[in-house]
Each structure stands twice: as structure tokens, then as C-alpha cells.
Design a protein around this ligand. Sequence first.
Ligand code: G3P
Length: 217
Amino acid sequence: MKFFVDTAEIDAIAELNDLGMVDGVTTNPSLILKSGRDILEVTKEICDLVDGPVSAEVVATKADDMIAEGRKLAEIADNITVKLPLTWDGLKACKVLSGEGKMVNVTLCFSANQALIAAKAGATFISPFIGRLDDINIDGMDLIADIRTIYDNYGFETQILAASIRTVNHVLESARIGADVMTAPPEVIKKLAMHPLTDKGLETFLADWAKTGQKIL
Ligand code: G3P
């Protein structure tokens, strides 16, 4: 499973990247707002730091304008993935931009039919939003499973990018189902390493070690 980081915070990306945990980055207008940075500048910095795909989202709503914005964003670096909303205009822009050889991430996907039609339009990635479905009492994991089944049934190459991940269980379930990629905030990725029994066990080992009176260095 590839790990993308869902943030525009350079320091957080750099920390995880140094550990080899960053296969890509996803941003969106809300994350750009949170960063307080200029979209073109911060996206360029992220692209310089990370080898893998970096999603940058258009904000136009008409296909022609989306295409123009997508082309401008794609000029930032070779690893830019143009992020487009799953609207009819977004699908038109997806077809054109993917036809030009650009990577496209179709976002705001909330149904398996939306994922099916995005694959038909040539999406490189489809971003189903798990947490936001959970927020309205719909199990987001069912959507990931449905898309996996449909894509496998027909051999679609569009990669499932599990998004709006809020918990470590979202990561676990996405991995079990076979999502190709997951994107999560840095704090969720860090929580993957945590277990109370690890902390408790370490505490015991260190207490026993102190009693030996020995030193390694
Ligand atoms: O990848 C999409 C993500 O940024 C949305 O997450 O938590 O705002 O639903 P959230």
C-alpha cells in the first residue's frame, strides 16, 4: 500500500519523508488555507521534496477553466497530479488532461458509480472520502470495498486512493480491502506506530536494565 500524506505543511512532510514513508502528497484548498501559504509556492516546495505524485486541486467549476488551471498546476513539476472534483465538468477535464499524459486525481467521490465513471474518464487516482461518509452514518469502508470489486471485475487501472482518513482503523481496513493508496494526515500516520503494550513492555525492559547496572555505550 502506498502512503500519501494529506497536508501542505512542509515540516510534517519532510519528517515523514526522511523515514521513507512518503510515496506522495495530497493537498486541497482547505489544506492550502490551513498552511497559510501561496498555492504555487508551497506546491513547488512539496514537489522538490517528494519524488512521488503531489496532488494540487483546481478551483474552477467549468471544464475549460479546470483544464487551464490543471495545465498551469502541471507546469509546477513533473510529479504534479491534477486534482479535479467528481462533477460532469470535472470528468470532461479529466478526459482531456489524462489524454495529455498528466496524472489526474478525481476527488470528492462518495459512490461506487462515481468511481466507475471516473475510471472511464481516465482517472489515474480515485479519491473516495471515508471519514465524510462515516460522518453521515454511512460506512465509508463499504465504498472502498465496492470500488475494489468493480475495478477488479473489469481490470480498470485507476488506483483507489482512500481519502478523508481520520483513524488508524480506516488505514487498516483500507489495507485489508486492498486500496492501492491511502492518504492521511501526518498525525494519523504517526499513530500507526503506537501500541500501549509496546510502551508498557519497554517500561519493564528499561526498569530491569537499570537493575543490571550495565551500559551498552
Ligand atoms: O484527502 C481528502 C481529505 O483532505 C479530506 O479529509 O478529514 O477533511 O474529510 P477530511
